[in-house]
Design a protein around this ligand. Structure first.
Ligand code: SF4
Length: 462
C-alpha cells in the first residue's frame, strides 16, 4: 500500500535551512522513496533541487553547501511500484509575473481534472500531471494582492486531501485541507518555525512541537506569524491508516503517539481474537508494536522471529525479474531456531490484495512453524481509497471478494482475525467522527463515483 509523501518547511533566518530540511526529509523517508527535493529562498529568488532517488542519493554535501537562504521546504515521494507513471519530483516551482512560489504537497486533489481544464483554457501550460504544479499554478494565478488572499482563494477551489508547505520569497506557508486527511504539525527551532508531516521530523532536528495545523487553516510564517481559516467547519476525515501503517511509531499524530495506538491495536486483537499459541511475532516494522500489545494482553511471549532487511529498497529490486520473484525473501528472514515446532500468532498491519501475506506465511512454514494464526490490525479492506492512498481497485481487494474464512484458506493460515471497526476506533482513541474509515465501511467523506475500477483514476497520488 502506498500513500503518501513527506513534506517539511522551515523559516529560520541565520540557520542552515537546506541542511535542516535534508535531515527532516531523512526522518520522513518512510513516507516516500522515489524522489526527494528541496527549495530554498534567499529573500529574492526561490532555488530548487529535486530529483528521483532517496534523500541521501539526491543531495551531495556540495549541493547543500550551495543552498543558502532564510527559509526552505522539502518533499519525499513514494515509490512507483504500483503507480501508472513516475511521480514528479517536488517541490514544484511556479512563476507568474512578480509572483513566484514553490509547493510541496501530500494528498490527492479529487477535482484536479476540472481545475486543470479551466487553467489550460485560460492559457496555462502544464509541464507535468502533478497536483503540486496544479496547486502552485492556482495560487499564482488567483485574484489577490497578497499571498494570504491568493492562497486562500486558490485553496477554496480544491477538493480532496492536501497538506502543503509552500515557499515564497518572503514567507513559508503551511496549509491543510478542511477534512484534515493528512497530518501537518508546527514546531519552533531556535527562534525559527517549522512545519512537518510528522513530529518525528521535528524531534530529529531538535525542534519543539507547538501544535497541529488545523483542518482548513493556512499558516503564514515569517518574522510575524499569522493564520487564517479558509474552509468551512465540515466533516473531518483524518486517515486512520496514519496510525495503522503510514506514520512512524515515534510520531504523535492527532495528539496520539502512534506507538501507543499500535500497542492498543494489538491488545484489542488479543481481546477480540484470542488463540492458544506459543509465540507472538510481528511483521516488521509497522506491526511490531501491535505484536507487543498482543503479547502483553494475551500473556503469550513476544519474539522477534521475523527480521526485516531495511536496506532493500524497491528501487533496487524493481528492474530485475529474478529478484522480484524472490520478493519477500529478500526483505524478510525468519529465525528458524526460534520458530521451529512453535504455534505462532503473527500480527500484521493490513491485508490489501493478499499477494504478499501467503509468501510470508510460507517463509514461516518453511522455517518449521507448526501453526500460524494471523491477526490483522486493520479491519477488512473492502472499498478503495478516494483520498489518494494507492491501495488497489475494488476488484483487487481480497476482502471485497472473499469471506474471512475463505481468505484464511487462501492465505494458508490456521486462523485469521481482523480488528473490528469499533475496536480500531477504541485503540486509536480519537472520536470516530474525526476519522476516515471509508476503506472499511464505504462511507466516503466526499462524493465519489462508484463503479469505477479505481476511484483515484486520473489523479496523481502522492
Ligand atoms: S479511505 Fe482508508 S486509506 Fe483512504 S483516507 Fe480513508 S482511511 Fe485512509
Amino acid at each position: 500500500m502506498h500513500e503518501s509523501c513527506g513534506i517539511f518547511g522551515v523559516y529560520a533566518p541565520g540557520l542552515d535551512n537546506a541542511r535542516l530540511v535534508f535531515f527532516a526529509l531523512f526522518a520522513l523517508q518512510h513516507r516516500g522513496q522515489e524522489c526527494a527535493g528541496i527549495a530554498v529562498c534567499d529573500g529574492n529568488e526561490v532555488h530548487l533541487h529535486a530529483e528521483p532517488g532517496l534523500v541521501a542519493q539526491v543531495f551531495t554535501e556540495e549541493d547543500l553547501a550551495g543552498m543558502r537562504g532564510h527559509a526552505a521546504i522539502g518533499h519525499t515521494c513514494y515509490s512507483t511500484c504500483n503507480a501508472r507513471r513516475p511521480a514528479t519530483p517536488q517541490p514544484v516551482l511556479e512563476r507568474n509575473g512578480p509572483w513566484s512560489i514553490a509547493v510541496a504537497h501530500n494528498g490527492n486533489i479529487t477535482n484536479s481534472a476540472s481545475l486543470r481544464q479551466s487553467l489550460e483554457a485560460s492559457g496555462q501550460h502544464f509541464a507535468s500531471d502533478s497536483n503540486a504544479e496544479l496547486i502552485a499554478k492556482l495560487i499564482v494565478s488567483s485574484h489577490g494582492a497578497t499571498w494570504q488572499e491568493k492562497t486562500s482563494s486558490a485553496l477554496k477551489r480544491l477538493q480532496g486531501a492536501y497538506s502543503i508547505t509552500a515557499l515564497t520569497p518572503d514567507m513559508l506557508i503551511a496549509a491543510r485541507d478542511p477534512m484534515g486527511v493528512r497530518p501537518l504539525s508546527l514546531g519552533s527551532l531556535n527562534g525559527g518555525l517549522v512545519a512537518a508531516s510528522e513530529t518525528c521530523a521535528l524531534d530529529h532536528i531538535g525542534a519543539k512541537f507547538i501544535r497541529d495545523v488545523n483542518p482548513g487553516e493556512i499558516v503564514f510564517l515569517n518574522n510575524e506569524t499569522s493564520s487564517l481559516h479558509f474552509g468551512r467547519n465540515g466533516r473531518r476525515a483524518f486517515c486512520v491508516f496514519e496510525h495503522i501503517y503510514f506514520a512512524r511509531p515515534d510520531s504523535v499524530v492527532e495528539g496520539r503517539l502512534v506507538y501507543e495506538a499500535r500497542l492498543a491495536m494489538g491488545a484489542k486483537l488479543a481481546e477480540e481474537h484470542p488463540v492458544d499459541a506459543d509465540l507472538v511475532l510481528g511483521v516488521p516494522d509497522s506491526a511490531t508494536a501491535a505484536a507487543i500489545g498482543y503479547s502483553r494482553a494475551s500473556g503469550i511471549p513476544y519474539r522477534e522471529g521475523l527480521l526485516k532487511n531495511r536496506y532493500v529498497g524497491r528501487t533496487f529490486i524493481a528492474p530485475d525479474q529474478r529478484l522480484r520473484d524472490l520478493g519477500v525473501q529478500l526483505k524478510f528472514n525468519p529465525m528458524a531456531s526460534l520458530i521451529k515446532g512453535q504455534r505462532l500468532v503473527v500480527v500484521d498491519d493490513s491485508i490489501v490484495r493478499g499477494t504478499t501475506t501467503p509468501r510470508v506465511v510460507n517463509l514461516l512454514r518453511q522455517a518449521g512453524a507448526r501453526e500460524v494464526h494471523l491477526r490483522i490490525c486493520a479491519p477488512p479492506l473492502r472499498h478503495p481509497c478516494a483520498l489518494g492512498v494507492d491501495m488497489a481497485s475494488e476488484w483487487e481487494l481480497i476482502a471485497a471478494r472473499m469471506s474471512v474464512s475463505e481468505i484464511a484458506d487462501y492465505l494458508g493460515v490456521d486462523s485469521l482475525g481482523y480488528t473490528s471497526v469499533p475496536g480500531l476506533v477504541e485503540a486509536v482513541a480519537l472520536p470516530q467522527d474525526l476519522l476516515c474509515l471509508a476503506c472499511f465501511e464505504g462511507d466516503y467523506p466526499l462524493p465519489v463515483q462508484m463503479g469505477l475500477t479505481s476511484l483515484t483514476a486520473g489523479s496523481e497520488r502522492v
